[in-house]
Design a protein around this ligand. Structure first.
Ligand SMILES: C[S@@+](CC[C@H](N)C(=O)[O-])C[C@H]1O[C@@H](n2cnc3c(N)ncnc32)[C@H](O)[C@@H]1O
Length: 246
């Protein structure tokens, strides 16, 4: 089935499309302490809750980039409903193709989409290029809680060298010449909620759309991902937020 349809259905109830709680999002927004009218870039912004909250709290001027048509639609609707006067540009495009002015942002973010820049190091490099000296780089990135079993890697197609540990994720910023300002490895309960919200969303959608031709494929994939998470992912893969200063 269409991948954007899959994500729109499975993430229908997610405020943030990542394994972080709404409380963690609130904490993060407070921690950023941005000056009014700061310029913010969010690559792979999803439904844009972070950007909208940054506008609400700091009146930032922002650019959000995402490839998913339903998520971009959702964000545009959210802007109209919550921050209609915002200086917030929403671009439906590949984040790797975005060409903003180098050094022109106070904060550049990419939460949970480092594949866009070929991994964590590439994401740090790309985002650093967008922020002014003294500006902030914020990434959300997976980390290994323990060495992944072969069965897990075979099941999800990941490689062991694709992610590092939580410590590695901080160290990569230092290697990129950035100063670590804060790190928030999320507890497993955040991952549990992120996964289980998808089960519930699929259950609801299936009952509302019993004749949809995509339902069998949707169910099959959701069951595969659920079992994979419960068998391996829950004990193996973590996710954290990493804030650096350029
Ligand atoms: C795990 S979600 C995170 C969304 C958002 N950052 C959040 O925290 O709610 C990953 C996002 O990356 C977007 N995405 C995937 N590949 C992309 C690309 N090449 N360029 C831009 N966005 C992309 C997806 O549409 C999705 O919104």
């Amino acid at each position: 089935m269409d991948r954007w349809k899959f994500f729109a259905i499975t993430h229908a109830d997610h405020v943030v499309c990542n394994p972080m709680s709404v409380e963690a999002l609130e904490e993060l927004v407070d921690l950023l302490e941005l000056p009014p009218r700061a310029r913010v870039l969010d690559i792979a912004c999803g439904k844009g809750e972070l950007l909208v909250r940054l506008v609400e709290q700091y009146r930032v001027r922002a650019v959000g980039v995402d490839l998913s048509p339903p998520f971009v639609r959702d964000l545009r609707h959210k802007v109209v409903m919550r921050v209609p006067d915002a200086d917030l540009e929403v671009l439906e495009m590949d984040g790797a193709e975005y060409r903003g002015d180098p050094g022109s942002f106070d904060l550049a973010c990419c939460l949970g989409a480092s594949w866009t820049f070929d991994g964590h190091a590439g994401t740090l490099r790309a985002l650093s290029g967008f922020v002014r000296p003294g500006g902030l780089v914020l990434v959300g990135e997976p980390f290994w809680r323990r060495s992944p079993e072969q069965g897990y890697l075979a099941s999800n197609g990941l490689r062991a060298d694709q992610f590092g540990s939580h410590v590695d994720n901080v160290a990569a910023g230092v290697r990129a010449g950035l100063t670590p300002v804060y790190a928030m490895p999320r507890p497993v309960e955040d991952f549990d909620r992120y996964e289980a919200l998808q089960w519930r969303a699929v259950d609801r959608w299936a009952r509302a759309n019993p004749d949809d031709p995509d339902l069998p494929a949707l169910r099959e994939r959701m069951i595969h991902e659920r079992d994979e998470y419960l068998t391996w992912g829950r004990d193996t893969l973590g996710w954290g937020l990493y804030l650096f200063r350029r």
